[in-house]
Design a protein around this ligand. Structure first.
Ligand SMILES: [Cu+2]
Length: 118
C-alpha cells in the first residue's frame, strides 16, 4: 500500500515538473523575444543617432528634454507624420525585417537617426 502511494506520487510529480520546465524554457532560451534597444532624445538629438539591432528588437525612444516635444517619424518609409511626445514620455517600435530605417523628427527636420536591422 505504501509503495503504491509513493509510485502514484512520483507519477504525479513528474508531469508537473515537465510542465514547469516547458513553461520556463522559452524564457530561458528565447532571450531575443523581448530584446529592446534604447534611444534617448536630448538637446535636439537622437542619442545614439545610429544603432544596429537584430530583427525582432523593440526600440524605445525616450524624450529626456526639459520642455521640448519631438516625434519619431519614418517619413522615407511612407509613414504618416508621427504624433509628438513630450518630456518623460516614450514611443516604441518593433523591427521584424532586416533593412535600413532612416527617420526624423517631424517638427525638427535636422534631427535624424537611422535604425539598421540585421
Ligand atoms: Cu524634434
Amino acid at each position: 500500500m505504501r509503495l503504491t502511494n509513493q509510485l502514484a506520487g512520483t507519477a504525479l510529480v513528474l508531469p508537473v515538473l515537465l510542465l514547469l520546465l516547458s513553461l520556463a524554457a522559452p524564457a530561458l532560451a528565447g532571450g531575443n523575444a523581448t530584446a529592446q534597444a534604447q534611444v534617448e532624445i536630448r538637446d535636439f538629438k537622437f542619442i545614439p543617432r545610429e544603432i544596429t539591432i537584430k530583427a525582432g528588437t523593440t526600440v524605445r525612444w525616450t524624450n529626456n528634454e526639459k520642455r521640448q516635444y519631438h516625434s519619431v517619424w519614418f517619413e522615407q518609409a511612407g509613414d504618416p507624420e508621427a504624433p509628438y511626445f513630450f518630456p518623460g514620455e516614450s514611443v516604441e517600435r518593433t523591427f521584424d525585417k532586416p533593412g535600413v530605417y532612416p527617420y526624423r523628427c517631424g517638427p525638427h527636420p535636422e534631427m535624424t537617426g537611422v535604425i539598421t536591422v540585421e
